[in-house]
Design a protein around this ligand. Structure first.
Ligand SMILES: Cc1ncc(COP(=O)(O)O)c(C=O)c1O
Length: 337
């Protein structure tokens, strides 16, 4: 295994040995290709550069106590890439091709999969770009699908320690009937200003409200939001948030624990009523929220400096499944042989 200071890894890019690529041309996907280059060659008129035809995914590979490498719900990532692509008129790889490419990229970079209990994981980044030349606004006829990997530490520096977040009132990451529900690069461009403003003010990230009425909670930076009260897991239902695979898993685990799960609109004042709040996603796992600051009202919603008992239980359960320490009764895990 690579000699890396796994415990102090940031969430960032590190060069690994190989990436996997596949090209869609003349109406068909080609064979998977392996590359050791970090560069791509792209036409100057590629639709990804001009019209934002770019979608991506984010997932992780986990090394268990048994040394085996596991992927978590990778077929759901494959399906989400298909959904993302189809919304902006792109051709995405079929599920099997996606899974094969991900496994190949992980296997080829096996020495970068962090050891069990090191606090680090191998982040897997599949991306799909329109690579054909068009000058009029229309979809590309050619696509490049690339999977690269990079070992990472926790997304929020603190890991499972609660963070402060700030509500954003003056910008939206996506329009009400726009692209918020897909993982398109443009959404992230639109989020950069709000998150850098929040960070400049000392917050880990921003909490978005719905774009239409600014009345309901949407999501939390690059993660979904949940609140806990009265043995109930509450998470926003909104057409402009990314359907998080982590959140979907937590809803199932909460039900397994005998909790009630409510996926519905969450009005801003309801923040007052939660005993615990958190952000969840592949990168964030569960990041508990300590405080939510609303700059418009000046109000702060406080959930305490320690992670709450329900968030902790859900976090432990999810991680135990991802690392192979708990029974995978929902069959979420796939091995990289
Ligand atoms: C905007 C946004 N919301 C939520 C999530 C969490 O989704 P998942 O749990 O599938 O990683 C992500 C990360 O992919 C994201 O970028």
């Amino acid at each position: 295994m690579e000699n890396i200071d796994w415990k102090n890894l940031p969430f960032g890019y590190m060069k690994t040995d190989y990436n996997v690529r596949c090209y869609y041309r003349d109406g068909a996907w080609g064979e998977l290709e392996v590359s050791s280059s970090e560069q791509i060659s792209l036409h100057i008129a590629a639709t990804s550069l001009h019209y934002g035809q770019e979608v991506f995914e984010g997932m992780k590979a986990y090394r268990g106590k048994d040394g085996q490498i596991r992927l978590f719900r990778c077929r759901d990532n494959a399906q989400r890439l298909i959904n993302s692509g189809s919304y902006i008129q792109m051709v995405a790889p079929p599920v099997e091709l996606f899974v094969e490419a991900v496994k190949k990229a992980v296997r080829l970079n096996e020495r970068f999969v962090p050891p069990y209990e090191s606090g680090a994981t191998l982040y897997v980044r599949p991306l799909l770009i329109g690579s054909g030349a068009e000058v009029g606004v229309k979809p590309s006829k050619e696509y490049q699908f690339i999977v690269f990997v990079t070992p990472v530490g926790p997304y929020f520096k603190t890991g499972f320690t609660p963070v402060d977040v700030m509500i954003t009132h003056d910008s939206d990451r996506a329009a009400p009937l726009g692209t918020g529900h897909i993982k398109a690069g443009g959404n992230y461009a639109a989020s950069l200003l709000a998150s850098s403003k929040a960070q400049q003010m000392g917050y880990a990230t921003c909490l978005y409200l719905d774009a239409k009425e600014k009345k309901y909670i949407d999501e939390c930076g690059p993660a979904n939001f949940f609140g806990i009260k009265n043995n109930t897991y509450v998470t926003p239902d909104s057409k402009s948030i990314l359907p998080s695979i982590t959140n979907r898993s937590l809803m199932t685990l909460a039900e397994d624990l005998g909790m009630t799960v409510e996926r519905r609109q969450v009005e801003l004042p309801e923040l007052e009523t939660f005993d615990e709040a958190g952000a969840c996603g592949t990168a964030a796992v569960i990041t508990p929220i300590k405080k939510i600051f609303d700059p418009l009202s000046g109000k702060t919603y406080d959930y305490g400096i320690e992670a709450g008992p329900v968030s902790t239980k859900l976090y432990d359960l999810l991680r135990a499944i991802q690392y192979g320490d708990a029974t995978d009764k929902h069959q979420w895990v796939e091995f990289v042989e």
